[in-house]
Every structure is written in C-alpha cells, then in structure tokens.
Design a protein around this ligand. Structure first.
Ligand SMILES: C[S@@+](CC[C@H](N)C(=O)[O-])C[C@H]1O[C@@H](n2cnc3c(N)ncnc32)[C@H](O)[C@@H]1O
Length: 279
C-alpha cells in the first residue's frame, strides 16, 4: 500500500517502512506479520509516533535503529497480540485437574510460556488449589511473556469485573477480592493465589532460557500460531528436555504438532506427552 492510497493517514507510512518493521519483529520475536496486518501495524505504532513526537515512520524507525532501549521495548510491546481469558479452552483445565491429582512428586512446577495478562497462569493456579485442596498446594506457576506491559498487568492481578463474570460464584469468592470505592467494577486476585505465580520476561526465541527446574506441565498456547514451522520446531525442541518424562504439554486448539511428532505425541484434545523415541 502506498501513502497516496491512504491520504487520510496522519503519518507517512510506506511499504518499505512496513517491510522493515516486519523484518525487525520477526527477527526479534519470531512473529510473522502477513500483508493483511499492515493497517494494524500502522495504527498500533502511530500511537508510539505521537508519544515520541515523531512526524513520520521514517523518523520513528530512525529512533528504533538508534538503539533506544525503552522505545524498542514499547515497539515490541505494541506489536504483540495479547488476547486471552480465564479458563480459555476449558477442557485443558479439566485435564490438568485430573493430572495434578495423580502427581506424587513434589514440588509441582507448571510453566505458562506466553502468559499474557495473567489469566492463563492464574487459571492454572486456581485449578491446582481445587485439585490439591487449598492455597498451600505445593505448586509453583512460572508465567513468562515477551511483552513487559502484559507482565506488569499479570503481576498486579487486577481485572475488570466482566473478565470474571463467566466464573462460578464460588470461584469468584474463593479467588478474587471485589474492588470498592475508586476500584468499584474491578476485582483483584487474592494474595494467596498471587504468591503461587511468578511473572518474568522470557522471549521464546532467546537462545538461552532462564528456566532450570524440571517441569510437570508446559502451557504453550496461542503463541506458536505467530511463528513459522522451523521456529515452532526449534522452540519445542528446547522445551522437551525441560518437561519431566511423564509431563504434559498443552497447546492451542489450532496448533497441532504434526511437524514435531518425533518430539511429542498427542494424548488427546491438544494435550501432548513425550514421544518415547525422542524422550
Ligand atoms: C494470544 S496471547 C496467548 C495468551 C495465552 N497463552 C492464551 O492462550 O490465552 C499470545 C502471547 O504471546 C506472547 N508472545 C509473542 N511472541 C512471543 C515470544 N517470542 N516469546 C514469548 N512470548 C511471546 C505475546 O506477548 C502474547 O501475550
């Protein structure tokens, strides 16, 4: 798309600008942006141009190229898609519940590897409390993401009331505090649940990950869709030795691992376990 095709745009944005942005985010985060994402990229980054007082994408990209660390972080945060929900793909949490009940080894560690704003790791922690009978469940949830904004929100654990409306009354009462005064219309995750979850930044594309402990389960859901197949395979290969021999890997509903059957085999309902040949 050329500038002349979109005269209503506030900032000059050429095809070359889009290509450069696409290349940078692919190299850094593995995110593949299709041609259809051009308008989305424009509108998300236009906010950064306004915030930094730049008058064109060329100007803004010069700032990014100059190595401004804070703006680079804001640039990356702007280009991630963070859609999530509590107990998204509910069948995974039924499977996790039954799985946790059978675990004998302690402690139990579960990694939410694209945690977004926290709904997924908190759903894992709630499931652990329910399966293992209380907030003292010997479970630690590691919650990581590339995007520092979503990590901050996850750590804070405050959500608009509508976000938990689909949860049963019992769950809402057991796990959330209702906001009052200025916080009316908000809920906050109870501190007992919050302490079960550790949030930290981790780029799945980084050559070295900061995770050392053996994992009972890994949630890698609705993030691999952004990566090409070789990138997906490389990430799965790095996850494999972290997962205990009888551990489970949960992936999103559209992320079947047909290209990695030497690493993981389907157990059912987009839940995987080690393929024995490669374990
Ligand atoms: C659509 S959300 C999925 C959230 C949650 N897993 C779920 O299924 O509801 C995708 C998340 O992946 C994160 N992400 C994208 N690229 C990443 C990377 N290279 N490393 C780690 N996280 C990444 C994004 O920041 C975003 O929060």
């Amino acid at each position: 798309m050329t500038d002349s095709a979109t005269p209503q745009r506030e900032f000059a944005f050429s095809r070359r600008d889009f290509e450069e942005i696409r290349k940078m985010i692919h190299e850094h985060a593995g995110i593949s942006l299709s041609d259809a994402k051009e308008d989305m990229v424009y509108s998300r980054l236009a906010r950064r141009l306004r915030a930094t007082g730049r008058r064109s994408f060329q100007d803004y990209l010069a700032l990014i190229r100059s190595g401004d660390a804070a703006e680079w972080e804001a640039f990356v945060n702007s280009l991630t898609t963070n859609l999530t929900d509590f107990f998204r793909e509910a069948h995974h949490f039924h499977i996790l519940h039954d799985f946790l009940k059978t675990r004998r080894e302690r402690p139990i560690t579960i990694w939410s590897s694209a945690s977004s704003t926290g709904e997924e790791p908190y759903s894992i922690a709630m499931t652990a409390v329910e399966a293992l009978g209380g907030f003292n469940a010997p479970v630690k949830v590691l919650a990581s993401d590339l995007d520092t904004n979503v990590l901050r929100k996850g750590r804070e654990g405050a959500y608009p009331l509508e976000r938990v409306a689909k949860l049963s009354e019992a769950r809402q009462r057991q796990f959330f505090l209702r906001g009052v005064g200025d916080n009316t219309g908000m809920v906050k995750v109870k501190p007992e649940l919050q302490t079960m979850v550790d949030f930290f930044r981790l780029n799945l594309l980084d050559p070295v990950w900061s995770i050392r402990q053996p994992l009972d389960a890994i949630f890698c859901r609705n993030v691999m869709i952004y990566f090409d197949k070789p990138t997906q395979y490389a990430i799965l290969k790095k996850m494999k030795p972290l997962l205990k021999p009888d551990g489970l890997l949960f992936v999103g509903h559209s992320e079947a691992l047909y290209h990695a059957t030497d690493l993981f085999k389907l157990r059912g309902q987009t839940v995987y376990e080690h393929a024995r040949s490669g374990a």
